[in-house]
Structure formats: structure tokens, C-alpha cells
Design a binder for this molecule. Sequence first.
Ligand code: GLA
Length: 387
Amino acid sequence: MEVKEMKKAFQEAYGHEAEAVYFAPGRVNLIGEHTDYNGGFVFPCALSFGTYLLLRKNGEKHINFRSLNMPDVIKVSLDNLTTPLGGRAWANYPLGVFAQYVKRGIKFEEGFDIMIWGNVPGGAGLSSSAALEVVTAFAIDDQLKTNLTRIDMAKIGQKAEHEFAQVMCGIMDQFASANGKKDHAIFLNCDTLDFEHVPVKLEGVKVVISNTHSPHKLDSGAYNDRVAQCKLAVEQISKVRPIKFLAELTEADFKEVEHAITDETAHKRARHVVGEVQRTTDAVKALQAGDLETFGKLMNASHVSLRDDYEVTGPELDAMAEAAWKIDGVIGSRMTGGGFGGCTVSLVKDEAIDEFIEKVGAEYEAKIGIKPDFYIAEIGDGAKRVE
Ligand code: GLA
């Protein structure tokens, strides 16, 4: 949908023109999975698809939330911005962001009419919720001139997710949505939040996203279980060597202390995290050296570790990655995001893309019985005001 059409829909819904239009992107993570809440590295990039937010100040004491993707209109009083809506209301994502501003001492004197439209495929693990949180944080900052940094906006989005969606996520998705840069990935240290934009100039190679169309069920509790299992590993390791995060350990350190983890599941989870942090550093170095082959091998190893040790892939993501690995022009392929469904990300040589889509699509559909979708990723900028 064009911005023009969104503005027309806004006018029809509210009887006034929108005063401003904002955008924040979804993301795809190239490598570094389930490392963010363990103080490790991630390497995501912002996508060209994302979420738009149109608004005008309405002179009233409430906020109206509408979305062109959802049927309901949600009206929330300015006195009630810190209370989550019941059920799984979509407006909890933007409302949760308003709540964080209130908690930081910002007073809303006047309400807004808000209209959302997004084109991140829902439930695909490409961070449609982070895009919605970050676009809201960016819009509020611009409207109220609160002068927050993009890092603050990412933190606000993450807190909204914790408090209004009960997903104890790390910072990666919101950070990528706020700080993306066209044709660059973000090499982010999730402990210090130091980051570097690394050019992703792939001669003759594309980043292909394969959607399993099996919902990624991030709010199912399995994600929060992983967070808890990592915490348990930290507690047990800390009896022999005090650490705050698993990512503080090198693979050699881990060998010395792993005996302290008595819980078998926590042990496997920790082994994944320590290995994945190393793979992410190695992958970024390989990319900077133009060594895509090594990058691809690390992507494949990441998937295997997420499958065997972290156990967040499942039959759909495994079928998709296995089908991709068989194609000659595939440099690497792995699940991306939280897992349990959603998407894989693959580096595919230009000349193999048609074959990739045809063969991976056919093999996946034969095995799983769902027709997948494929997108060639365009790496875009972070949140911005469009008009
Ligand atoms: C989800 C979370 C992120 C991150 C990934 C896994 O996308 O929102 O914080 O933990 O899963 O890497």
C-alpha cells in the first residue's frame, strides 16, 4: 500500500488529515541467535518492509488506535496508559510504548488519532512487533520532542514487549528496527550496546528469506523457558566462576566450567550460546574479509546448534534449511529469529535463485504440506519520519 492510500484511509476513518507519517522496519538476523539476552553478539539487518504509523493530535483526553490490518478500534484514556489491554489486543504493542514514556515522567496533555499499516508478514519471526513498538517510540519522540536516542527507543520497545506482551525478549529486534542502515548489517554487542554498521555488499549473491508459514509462536512460553534455562546455567556456573552472562565465556572457558551445570537442558542451552557468540564474531570477520564461504558454513553450523542444543527449530524450519543445503548455489542457510516456525535466511548465488525457489519450495511443500513464500531481502534504513 502506498502512503497516499494510507493517508486516504486515515482521512476516512477520522474525518481529518494525518499530520505526520512514520516508518520503522522489520529485521532479519544473519547470525547470532538467542545470544542477545545472554549478553552476546548479534548481526541483524533492517528490512525494507515494516510498519507505518500515521497520526494527528486530536485535542482530546484519549488515544484512538486503528490498524488497517485489524478490524477493531481501540480507545484508551490518557489516565490509563500504563494498563495493558485484556486478551491479546494488538494495540498492546503501541500502548506499551506510551506506558514506557509515562514511566519516564512524560505527561501526555492531549491524545492522538493513530492509524497503523504494516507489510511485515505476521508471525514470520521478522519482528513485526518490534517494528510496531519502534515506530511508536519514534513518533512519540518526534511529536513531544523528548530527544531520546535511537538506543533509548529500542530499550523502550523492548520493555513494552516485556510488560505488555510478556515476552522476555532481548534487545536485538528493536535495536535493528531503530538503528538499521541501508545495505548494512549491525554488529551489536548486546551487553554494552556498542555497535558497528558492517557493509553487506554481496557481489552476485542475494539474501533470501523463506517463510515456512508455520507461525513462530514466540509468546507460547517456549521462548521464556529458554531465557530461564540460560539463567539457571549462569547461576550454576557462577558457583565455580562468577559470571553475569553466558557470553562472557569463550569456548575454552566453557570447557573448564561446564561440569558445574548439573541440569542437562541448561547445559545444552549454554553450549549453544557460547558457540554461537564465537560463530557470530567469526562470521563478521569472514564477511569483512570477503570470505562468504566461511560465513555460509557458520550459518549452517548455527542452524545445527539451534536444532540440536537450543531445540528451537522444529520440523518446518529443519525441512526448509535441509532443502536449501542441497542446492549448489547456496552459500549458507539457517533459521532466523526466535524459531519454532517463522523464516530461514539463506545466502544464494544469483544464478541459483530460480532453482532455489523451485526446488526448496517443492521439497518443503511435499514434506510439510504448506506452500512457502520467498522474499529477496532488501536491507533498509532504521525508523524515520516519512512525511
Ligand atoms: C526473538 C527475540 C530477540 C532474540 C531472538 C533470538 O526475535 O525478540 O530478542 O532473542 O528471538 O535470537
